[in-house]
Design a protein around this ligand. Sequence first.
Ligand code: FE2
Ligand code: FE2
Length: 161
Amino acid sequence: MEADHKRLDGLLDAAFADSEHIDMASYDQFRQGLLKHIGLEEKILLPLAQKLRGGEPLPMAAKLRLDHGALASLLVPAPTKSIARAIRTILSSHNPLEEGPNGVYEQCKNLAGEEAARVLEELVSAKDVPVATRLDTPKVMQGVRRALARAGFDETMLDDE
Ligand SMILES: [Fe+2]
Ligand SMILES: [Fe+2]
């Protein structure tokens, strides 16, 4: 999953490598990949950790879910530079919560114990998720701003293009 963070960072960089033009093939791969990645965390990892903790969610779970909500909302409208910047801002504080010796992935691995290999297999073999169509309306952008604010991010980072 940490390697997937790097792969996704690379796709977002590739999409915005040329300042004049967004590479939509890379962006679509990024969008599809990030939605799948978030789905694996929300549908497999976090529920598993909660179950193994006797029904008690990981302390970080609520914050991760809010970040995921903000990220998913940013993937609904067509990409712009300010949307890419907001995604990068969130990922740069979100991914460290999951990575490393004290991160959520390590916590899940420790909780899973001997089951860890089977869980990893489940994550690796998961199918692609169907991705919702892109939508550009003022209402969508209001939703993005609300999701950013709920997760504790400054929604005005979307303002300067
Ligand atoms: Fe995550
Ligand atoms: Fe992640």
